[in-house]
Design a protein around this ligand. Structure first.
Ligand code: NAI
Ligand code: MG
Length: 357
């Protein structure tokens, strides 16, 4: 039979993004050697170094260059030489918004052998997924800064959140459809409609309307501050958590910290209609504090590679990668952030060996 070839654009970008993308690529390359599919990689040198040379994070026609790929595999963007809002908007948000990757799926998985600061993690099997609205909300980029008009010390800035009925509805339907594939059929909507009386009230209204179409799925509406507490106190009560762009960004870092480290968390930025390539990346940033030392935990990036395989229809291989990671953490091969002594490369090599290809 003909071997399926996937064309994947790799954008390692900055800091440990480079180290963990190399790790994920090593795992996928090992897997493709086992047959069934092959990957044609193309790497793009965009990021903060590119900015130093060209004054932009990615070229003007960058999106056009990416458009023909089956998927994008992303590291992390951000480096002390470039203001964070410039690097984030200039690369990652440009791709997410330009390719209408409106659903950001962020599973929180508790891995064997990795100690969680959460007491409950010893007794309950914890497994939930944060579904992040990824196209509007607080990251719509609406607002402005008035530097001068009120004189020295009087500067003002407005940062508005944009909520549309269409944007709310599609992410909520996505969350309900996802809940139907899980053992626990439940969607919790994260809101703040007590304080944010326009956008979040629309969010709540749409949630109520969409929920009516899914009578077989349990629902819950939780204020974001209460949800932060619930992540810690009653994580066993969570399955799918749907939240706006900013709220989900914060909650998914909390979730991955509870699982043991920010370095463990995987993420998919999906264009569910498949009109554009989707992008897969670890949740963490470029970690300048540990970059270049082989200390980065590659598990989040490898998990993101598994999500990419699943998106490409390679469910069986995705499950093999996930099982290999679990076997490796259970054996105690761990980076320093989760109490081990192994390097990025050692963990990666252990995962590759576990795949047995
Ligand atoms: P960060 O996620 O880079 O690091 C936070 C802390 O977690 C650090 O102490 C770091 O050492 C640790 N950490 C993160 N990933 C790890 C891994 N794989 N293994 C071991 N330890 C890990 O967040 P921070 O420090 O707030 O931001 C650093 C830069 O990254 C900034 O420029 C920021 O804008 C950018 N950033 C980019 C993101 C993206 O590209 N998706 C997401 C978050 C931040
Ligand atoms: Mg984040």
């Amino acid at each position: 039979a003909a071997v399926t070839e996937f064309r994947i654009a790799a954008i390692p970008a900055d800091g440990i993004g480079r180290e963990v993308v190399a790790a994920g690529r090593a795992v996928l390359d090992a897997l493709q050697a086992g047959g069934g599919f092959s990957i044609a990689w193309e790497e793009f040198p965009w990021g903060s170094d590119y900015y130093a040379e060209h004054g932009v994070m990615m070229p003007e026609d960058g999106l056009a260059a990416l458009e023909g790929f089956d998927a994008i595999y992303f590291g992390a963007v951000g480096w002390p030489t470039v203001p964070d809002h410039v690097s984030l908007w200039g690369l990652r948000l440009r791709i997410c918004q330009g390719f209408d990757q409106w659903a950001n799926v962020r599973p929180v998985q508790f891995l064997p052998g990795i100690e969680s600061p959460l007491r409950k993690a010893d007794e309950a099997a914890l497994d939930w997924v944060v579904v992040r609205e990824n196209s509007e909300g607080e990251y719509a980029g609406l607002g402005g800064r008035n530097l001068a008009s009120r004189g020295r010390g009087g500067e003002i800035a407005v940062q508005s959140a944009l909520f549309t009925e269409v944007g709310c509805e599609r992410i909520m339907r996505f969350a309900f459809d996802l809940a139907r594939t899980r053992t626990r059929r439940k969607v919790a909507s994260v809101t703040k409609s007590n304080a944010q009386q326009y956008g979040m009230v629309l969010w709540d209204d749409v949630f109520r309307r969409v929920a009516a179409d899914y009578p077989d799925v349990e629902t819950e509406r939780v204020l974001v501050d209460a949800m932060a507490a619930k992540f810690v106190l009653h994580p066993e009560d969570l399955s799918v958590v749907v939240a706006s762009n900013l709220n989900a960004d914060i909650l998914s870092d909390l979730g991955s910290a509870l699982a043991g480290s920010l370095g463990l968390a995987a993420s998919a930025n999906l264009n569910p209609e498949r009109r554009f390539p989707s992008m897969f990346e670890p949740v963490h940033g470029s970690a300048p504090d540990i970059a270049g030392r082989g200390a980065a935990n590659p598990v989040g990036a490898i998990g993101s590679a598994a999500m990419m395989l699943e998106h490409l229809g390679r469910r069986e291989e995705a499950a093999r990668v996930a099982a290999a990671v679990e076997a490796v953490t259970a054996r105690g091969v761990r980076t320093r952030d989760v109490g081990g002594t192994a390097s990025t490369d050692e963990v990666t090599a252990a995962v590759v060996a576990e795949l047995g290809v």
